[in-house]
Design a protein. Sequence first.
Length: 313
Amino acid sequence: MDLSLVIPLLNEAESLPELTHWIHDVCQREGYAYEIIFVDDGSTDNSWEVIETLRQQYLQVKGIRFQRNYGKSAALNEGFKAAQGSVVITMDADLQDSPDEIPDLVRMIREEQYDLVSGWKKKRYDNKLTKNLPSKLFNAATRKVSGIYLHDFNCGLKAYRKKVIKSIEVYGEMHRYIPVIAKWHGFRKIGEKVVEHRARKYGTTKFGWERFVNGFLDLASISFVGKFGKRPMHFFGLWGTLVFLLGFGISAFLIINKLIDPTYYLTSKPAFYIALVLAIVGVQLFLAGFVSELVSRNSPERNVYGIEEKLGL
């Protein structure tokens, strides 16, 4: 199969028929053998009924329906598991991403040999204060931490080589960091394409300010996991040892002074309490390293979700 389109959605019943027809027209024109995998993330409208109707018109339409809302990362992860195309494209279901971008994205993966191509919505129609400004801050911080120089990490329109989506795991709120996760897995040819951002035609946005707060917390998490997820003792053990040695050094200095001068009062010196705290913190960090090693080697499945129904899969 040439192409899989993975489309997570939440209450987007109005836009699904138009989006499906548009994708079908583009893929027919380009001669792609394709599939559309809609992942219904706990919609409370009739989105799933619309998907069932579209399946009757287009055999390429497939669906996964969650029992409740788990979030975009969960939807993408399940869609990635099901995808069979040699090129996988993700897009939002609200018609703000244009299917006309599909051929260029496929070409960049196939001909230019990119592992991942991320869309860049250079001209946006979102609210400048509530979405554009936080997005710029988030992207700047992610570029600095990850060393990946993309303008728009959170753009839903992305293209992947199949091997990439089968190698990574997306959970929590990590979907906005997929380029970072891919880089940590050794996929380094990551590109960018300016794409059209269309004004929302139906419904309302499902995201608010809180996602940017969570985003920065996830950035710290993914940076740590990427560097030390397989060897947490290298982080905790190193800092634990350094802090303990600093405390031990201060303690040795105080004890030597006491031996030289019996009238030297250890407990009256602030350095005594600093050394004590440093020694305790150092031991705690070291123990945290051992516990983290045990957790990393025996972690249970993270991505287990209640799936109500599957369609065409």
